[in-house]
Design a protein. Sequence first.
Length: 312
Amino acid sequence: MDKIHKVTVGCPLCGSSNTMVVLKDLIDVEDRIEGCYTVGQCGECGLHYLSTRPDVVSLPLCYRRDYHAQAMGRRGGLRGFLYQQRFAYRARRLERYGHGMPESVLEIGCGDGAFLRYLAKRWRSVKRLVGVDPGLGTSVTDVDGVRLSGGHFEAMAFMDQFSLILLYDVLEHVYEPLSVIRKAATLLAPGGRLIIQVPNWDSWWRKVFPRHWEGLQVPRHMSFFTPGSLQRLIEMADLKCYGILPVYDPGELSVSLCNWSVDHWRLKSRPRELPGFAGLALLAAPLVAIQVFGCGNAGEMELVAGNNEKKQ
Ligand SMILES: [Zn+2]
């Protein structure tokens, strides 16, 4: 098996190497990728990040072929139903932010493109739906009205701008989040919206399950944002933040609980493959509803950004 090479890095937001160790000897409970990892906090800007991480060459070794984001569209049964509910909830939020249907949509890190295909059916008037993801290999395919391109967004060239750009559960995975957002900003049409969803380091469940929190996912997650650090990132890319909203996701509690169970009882199954996983998400739903809608705390947050008006 190929070996993962690790490097120690400075803060991906401000570049400072003044780092305090927050969690060390972290293992990958979910996908059992080799190695122990360290989360540090930047002494300058306060961002939490993976300070000991795989080097760029080793990064593909951190994703199993059956990584869950690549199989969303193939899920059936109760899991498939839960994915459809998540897509409908996302689409309703986008309809509220965008004051109507966008003309064109780019999803960066689209996985297997399941959400874009859902949007193609729901938003019949959209002219262009484009998805990019390194997990799609090097292919370009047109599926159900959606163009899917394999490759790294940072290395891709685009001919046109987009009125809606989506980054769902992507920014925490990338080596240099600021350069991704700066490039996305150049592709945002005047008056367009950039939507970023990431795990929220301030979530209650991160404090309850410090080493088994769903949002941790070392070594695939490399930056851990709070609402404050996410807004700072947007402003460093010269974009305007229109708001940061809590996102309802009962999966956070159930995955964290399954991670803890698998690690504590040394179970052979992967946490998301435990027989009771989907049922647990349903049981967690009312408790997470109180957390999100009653108290405004959530495991995932969504930031809405646009171009600075002075530049339009
Ligand atoms: Zn920093």
